[in-house]
Design a protein around this ligand. Structure first.
Ligand code: HSE
Length: 438
């Protein structure tokens, strides 16, 4: 038994400061849960500027050199919180190679290098924990990896990005415009350093790839995640959702295991009002995991923000420290990775769904007929058509939004129809396509 577990923190930004706060606030509780004292020996960052609410112990050293931590024989656990692909990946690999256990919140590195990292961790018999990488404060990694281990996972559905959920909530409820809502999310500390990662769906793609990798025991590769963001959405889409579909729009990450392969995608989706996800607002996230034995399990909580993410990081530290203290850490891997279990991902063209199409056309005779003809020739069946909807800012020009809702159809056919429709001279803008969750 060890009575002290030594930690080094790389990255002292918003989440790093939150971790330091929790470690200080619950010192006795930590000791009780870990069976050892937690000693934060290093903080490594660009500068040690004071952080509100953080008082560092004189025992904690500041350094700008991450290699100092990794090569300190006393150090047991490296906590990587700098985010981004590089140099974070190099640091994590160097830490594992130097026989340190690692806690990270880095969904970008994990999703891109999943197989390599877990092979390395297994070779070195070190543990790599990553609860904060998905769902902020929601313990979804533990739940999927351990709590639901008895199940064959059939589907995972998630609101996985707090920033976009915050933006969509503001657009819908306060009629706020996209840019203002994004600025608020940045001020609140939810957004990525480059907010394109949030609004283009990249962050959600990282997260669904991680969840799908855990569920399969292989590696669901980031490049195989079909991805659309929320930048093309207009207020009229939210309005139409409310009035005509009794639905709201959420950016969903979806992994569905079908006999033909794994569907793996991130895109805005109409979610019916009666679905629990419709009430997930602001920076909150929710994940629904469907297992063959358990049925549906829904997890809900703050998906972004300082203390939510710090809660997940510190829970990893506790689980790891307990194993380090008892001398069992690394005897069995945290995640079972076997490259032969990597899933075959189905092309999005094979998807079958109902679709919402918003066309921006000139308001003149025959236009709708031509559009309906194209859809019919492509094998797409129209369920309803709406024109003269409130135009979401397009008035003044002789252009009107036409909204079409289709019956279930194949994505390939809908995409083909859209390409042909968008070449018509009377169609003035790229047609917007949103999938409808059944
Ligand atoms: N930018 C991320 C989000 C942070 O908005 O969800 C948490 O991963």
């Amino acid at each position: 038994m060890k009575n002290k577990v030594t930690l080094g923190l790389i990255g002292f930004g918003t989440v790093g400061a939150g971790v330091a706060k929790i470690l200080q606030a619950h010192v006795r509780e930590m000791e009780r849960r870990c069976g050892a004292r937690l000693h934060l020996k290093y903080i490594c960052g660009r500068s040690l500027r004071p952080r509100p609410g953080v008082r560092l112990s004189p025992e904690t050293r500041f350094t700008r050199d991450w290699k100092e931590l990794i090569h300190d024989p006393e150090l047991d656990i490296v906590i990587e919180l700098i985010g981004g692909y590089e140099p974070a990946r190099t640091m994590i690999e160097a830490a594992l190679a130097a026989d340190k256990h690692v806690v990270t919140a880095n969904k970008a590195v994990l999703s891109k290098h999943w197989g390599d990292l877990f092979e390395l961790a297994a070779r070195r018999r070190r543990l790599l924990y990553f609860e904060a990488s998905v769902g902020g404060g929601i313990p979804v990694i533990q739940a999927l990896n351990e709590g639901l281990a008895a199940n064959r996972i059939e589907r995972i559905l998630g609101i996985l990005n707090g920033t976009t959920n915050y933006i969509l909530t503001r657009m819908e409820r306060q009629g706020e415009n996209f840019q203002t809502a994004l600025k608020d999310a940045q001020r609140a500390g939810f957004a990525e350093a480059d907010p394109a990662f949030d609004v283009d769906g990249i962050d959600a793609a990282h997260k669904i790839a991680i969840l799908a990798s855990i569920a399969t025991g292989g590696w669901a590769r980031l490049k195989d995640v079909y991805r659309e963001g929320i930048t093309h959405l207009e207020p009229v889409d939210l309005l139409m959702g409310r009035e005509r579909l009794d639905s709201t729009i959420k950016l969903l990450g979806i992994a569905r295991w079908a006999p033909e392969g794994l569907e793996l995608r991130v895109h805005p989706t109409f979610v019916p009002r009666q679905h629990p996800f419709a009430n997930v607002r602001d920076e909150y996230n929710a994940v629904c995991i469907e297992g063959d034995a358990v049925g549906d399990v829904i997890l809900y909580g703050k998906g972004a923000g300082q203390m939510a993410a710090a809660s997940a990081v510190v829970s990893d530290i506790i689980f790891l420290a307990r194993q380090v203290a008892s001398g069992t850490a690394g005897q069995i891997p945290y995640v079972n990775y076997d490259s032969s279990r990597s899933p075959r991902v189905r092309p999005v063209e094979d998807l079958v769904s109902r679709y919402y199409l918003r066309l921006t056309t000139l308001d003149k005779p025959g236009v709708l007929g031509r559009i309906a003809g194209i859809l019919g020739r492509c094998g797409v069946s129209i369920a309803s058509v709406y024109q003269n909807v409130e135009d979401g800012g397009l008035s003044g020009a002789k252009q009107v939004p036409i909204v079409l809702i289709t019956h279930k159809g194949r994505e390939k056919s809908v995409q083909m129809a859209r390409r042909v429709i968008d070449r018509l001279p009377s169609v003035r803008k790229k047609t917007s396509l949103i999938r409808i969750l059944d």
